[in-house]
Design a protein around this ligand. Sequence first.
Ligand SMILES: Nc1ncnc2c1ncn2[C@@H]1O[C@H](COP(=O)(O)OP(=O)(O)OP(=O)(O)O)[C@@H](O)[C@H]1O
Ligand SMILES: [Mg+2]
Length: 261
Amino acid sequence: MNLGKSLDYREALIPTRLSKIKRILMVASGKGGVGKSMVSATIALILSDMRYRVGLLDLDFHGPSSSVIFGVSSSPREEREGLVPPESAGVKVMSIDLFVAGRPVPIGGEEKREIIKEILALTDWGELDYLVVDMPPETGDVLLASLNYLEGDRWVILVTIPSVLSHKVVSRLIEILKEVKVPILGLIENMADMEVEGKRIKPFMGGTRELAGMHSIPFLGSLPIDPDAAYYADNGEPEKLKKTLFTESLREILLRSGILI
Ligand SMILES: Nc1ncnc2c1ncn2[C@@H]1O[C@H](COP(=O)(O)OP(=O)(O)OP(=O)(O)O)[C@@H](O)[C@H]1O
Ligand SMILES: [Mg+2]
């Protein structure tokens, strides 16, 4: 079998799949642990609640997030047209862990790029208004390969926490995105403040609005540290996650962002 040829065939399938998707929202930060998965899953939930047709694609190789938040464990259904993702809370969920279930998890860069190509070629989303993508948490070639394949009406939503370290990594990512000319919708500040004994305090130094200004990209807004949201996400309770302060704040950001079709 000519493996190279069969993979090229899959690559050719990607534009056909993506042509049925009106808008792609890619959630990225470059930095790990800043809430990309929380933000992407919750954006998918909010859009689904607004009656849009929504898919969520988790391209993080480091461990399952989306499938946990949505409480899905069943493998995608193999149909004639491709792999049909399981659905939860009205969102079609596909992730690396669901996709590679039972196979060795890819570790090298080349293997990861092949898996991203395969997942995009084989997943049958059907018609979607939005595909929300939880992007790989890095700024290297796996991210670039994902950007390369995810063509269409696409926008990057950047997430950072208000810390110097996170700002440094997101700055690097902004430079890369500008270089490869992928449009940036704007920057979201996660974990901006929290409630302690009835008062709202800011545990980090802040400055994310200024960071967005320095890079001439829109500052989309701030999200609170919300232990309830974290609990519902960790326990796969999307319907309860929907009713948290975190989700309410993100809904306001989306309504203001100009991204709604
Ligand atoms: N605003 C928030 N309030 C409370 N907990 C949060 C908030 N944002 C994220 N978390 C929690 O912090 C942890 C990291 O968040 P998340 O997994 O979404 O980050 P990530 O950027 O996707 O990380 P990774 O790079 O590992 O994929 C999770 O346990 C999540 O529930
Ligand atoms: Mg994640």
